[in-house]
Design a protein around this ligand. Structure first.
Ligand SMILES: *Cc1c(COP(=O)(O)O)cnc(C)c1O
Length: 220
């Protein structure tokens, strides 16, 4: 099958130590199953309803990553099933995830999403917001969230230099947070950046986790 070949070709390009989240949004469960059968275990979805509908139809050892903008009233649906939420973009949202996770006694892994692109439409924290959250006395009370790193999306542009600067900036943010707030946290290690159009630049700029969809699913 062409998609399994696409995936294998991509995996050969990725250095060891860099993880691949296959973004399976809009793809039917049979297609996801085909990639599962060829060994893939990490899949990413950007809509709560879609993740919740697909998850019970597929094997239980799949890691479901939530990568889209997360509405606060939908946290309860994914808290039991997601292995990593990439898109924490406000303190309120983090508190809601903690609250829902506490109800089910499950520690939920999260990444802080940073706004690194020039498009205003993209979501994410800036440095000041992240610092005021992590330095807040309320933050250490959140025992049911585990912050594992940061995520960002670069500007949608052909300008690779611009994309490189944005990823490099996110890497700096990651390092500064690690030194300042997560020195004693071995779990804080993920730098989620890189999609179909920019994954090679993302790898060069230190990505540990790629989120890639269309280049795997496009025919030929
Ligand atoms: C769709 C999506 C991706 C994958 O993008 P492709 O260009 O299809 O590789 C990655 N991250 C997020 C947040 C997405 O919504």
């Amino acid at each position: 099958m062409i998609i399994q070949m696409n995936l294998q070709n991509l995996i050969h390009e990725i250095p060891t130590g860099v993880k691949l989240v296959v973004v399976s949004k809009t793809q039917p469960v049979q297609t996801i199953r085909a990639l599962y059968d060829s060994g893939q275990r990490m899949f990413g979805e950007n809509k709560v309803q879609e993740l919740v509908a697909k998850q019970p139809q597929l094997p239980g050892d799949i890691e479901w990553h939530f990568i889209g903008h997360l509405q606060r009233n939908k946290v309860k649906f994914i808290a039991p099933v997601t292995s990593l939420i990439h898109s924490i973009d406000s303190f309120k949202l983090l508190k809601d995830v903690n609250k829902e996770a506490e109800k089910i006694c499950r520690k939920v892994n999260c990444l802080l999403q940073f706004h690194i692109a020039s498009e205003e439409t993209k979501f994410g924290l800036d440095w000041e917001e992240a610092v005021s959250m992590l330095a807040s006395p309320e933050y250490p009370e959140l025992k049911f969230v585990n912050i594992c790193g940061v995520m960002g999306m670069a500007t949608f542009t052909e300008n690779q230099e611009r994309v490189r600067q944005e990823f490099s900036h996110l890497h700096t943010v990651f390092q500064r947070l690690k030194e300042t707030y997560f020195k004693e946290s071995p779990d804080f290690k993920e730098l989620s950046m890189g999609m179909t159009n920019d994954y090679l630049v993302a790898i060069e700029e230190g990505s540990t986790m790629l989120r890639i969809g269309s280049m795997i699913f496009r025919p030929g």
